[in-house]
Design a protein around this ligand. Structure first.
Ligand code: PLP
Length: 403
């Protein structure tokens, strides 16, 4: 039996010795959680406004989620996609019933969900000589070689050339540039509904509706990457619901399994049979454990009305952030959609993240100066007040020239 009682300094040394150093880890080891709270190995409690990067939408140790996983683990974890898997089929059914008519392919991560979408688009486009996929600058679609090629941020690509060919990038939220980029070799446009790692960029309200129209006119597919925006995060089960359109392909991961790895590629009816036996597969994709986790997550989100809750808590958080930071010279911009909220600073943000962590609030910074606030969807107004009470003095203590 593993007991995991290593002292923090020893744990840090162990990781430095044996783990490939792809992450800059903070010196904290969380050992358990409940609701929106995490506890570290020294017994300190933290309010979590990061949710494992938009993953733990139900918070920690949700009783119904834990009970379902325990039940599943005792029965079956994995058999393979050579056989029937009831929770996988039920999960596909609930996803389709709450999105658009079609079918679902399951994998294990956001990158893989996008990889499947890209393969589907390529297979669909091949007979027409269409292979190009247009994505946005500042986008993020994953870390496999093909998904960094889809990602419109050179910093993720520069050490790994040659990239997968066939991607073109246009400025986000710019319809003219997109219209000019689509040509007869274009198979699809692939976008996030709100850009995640690129800085929580929220487009104009009619952007995606116009993109949909453009795609229809030019005969190209629209792929929406909802890996970060999906599963209630923006106050709707899927963020495209804010726009009045539906995509041809939608990708999901992160919040889908509430911490159990699972990715999904949701394909509209007209394209649902493009991928045929032998075209694509994932050994673990949608196995008993991950699909039961995702099915239970969605059932809880629906039965506890967590989308509506995320919308109202998001409003409360946004208002609170604006009120508590009013007049502070280091604040550049505050915006949000549901519980996907950004606070842009005109100084580096990591100092704020570190100071908040010391005071018991977990936050994260993207693009160097954008703080993101993505608590579990179950966060209460009281917990939002507690987070603001920690954040305010930290922000007040940052000098504009302290960079
Ligand atoms: N797409 C988006 C929009 C994301 O935000 C992410 C991860 O941050 C990914 C894809 C990649 O997901 P994963 O890390 O699960 O491969």
């Amino acid at each position: 039996m593993n007991e995991f009682v290593t002292k923090l300094e020893e744990l840090i040394a162990l990781g430095e010795k044996y783990l490939v150093p792809t992450y800059r880890r903070l010196p904290v080891a969380f050992v358990k959680g409940a609701g929106c709270w995490l506890e570290d190995s020294l017994g300190r409690k933290y309010l979590d406004f990061l949710s494992g990067i938009a993953v733990n939408n139900l918070g920690y140790a949700h009783p119904k989620f834990v009970a379902a996983l325990k039940d599943q683990i005792e029965k079956l974890i994995h058999t393979s996609n050579l056989y029937q898997i009831e929770p996988q089929a039920r999960l596909a059914e609930i996803l389709i019933k709450h999105s658009f008519p079609g079918k679902v392919f399951f994998s294990n991560s956001g990158a893989e969900a996008n990889e499947a979408a890209i393969k589907l688009v390529r297979k669909w486009g091949q007979p027409q000589g269409r292979s190009k996929i247009i994505t946005a600058l500042q986008s993020f679609h994953g870390r496999t070689l093909t998904t960094i090629s889809a990602t419109g941020q050179p910093k993720y690509q520069k050490s790994f050339t040659p990239l997968t060919p066939g991607f073109a990038y246009v400025p986000y939220d710019n319809l003219t540039a997109l219209g000019e980029a689509i040509d007869k070799e274009t198979a699809a446009v692939m976008l996030e509904v709100v850009q995640g790692e690129g800085g929580y960029n929220i487009p104009h309200s009619d952007y995606l509706r116009m993109v949909r129209q453009l795609c229809n006119e030019r005969g190209v597919l629209l792929v929406l990457d909802e890996v970060q925006t999906g599963i209630g995060r923006t106050g709707k089960l899927f963020a495209y619901e804010h726009t009045g359109i539906t995509p041809d392909v939608m990708t999901l991961a992160k919040g889908l399994g509430n911490g159990v790895p699972i990715g999904a590629t949701v394909v509209a009816e007209a394209y649902a049979d493009v991928l045929q036996p032998g075209d694509h597969a994932a050994t673990f994709g949608g196995n008993f454990l991950s699909s039961r986790a995702a099915l239970t997550t969605i059932e809880i989100i629906l039965s506890e009305n967590l989308c509506a809750l995320a919308a109202s808590r998001g409003e409360y958080l946004l208002k609170g952030l604006k009120r508590e930071t009013e007049g502070l010279p280091i604040i550049k911009d505050i915006k949000g959609l549901g519980l996907m909220v950004r606070l842009e600073l005109n100084v580096p943000g990591q100092q704020v993240v570190d100071a908040c962590l010391e005071r018991g609030l977990i936050l994260n910074c993207i693009q160097g100066n954008v703080l993101r606030f993505i608590p579990p969807l179950i966060v209460t107004n009281d917990e939002i007040d507690q987070a603001l009470a920690i954040l305010k003095p930290v922000l007040e203590g940052v000098r504009p020239d302290e960079t």
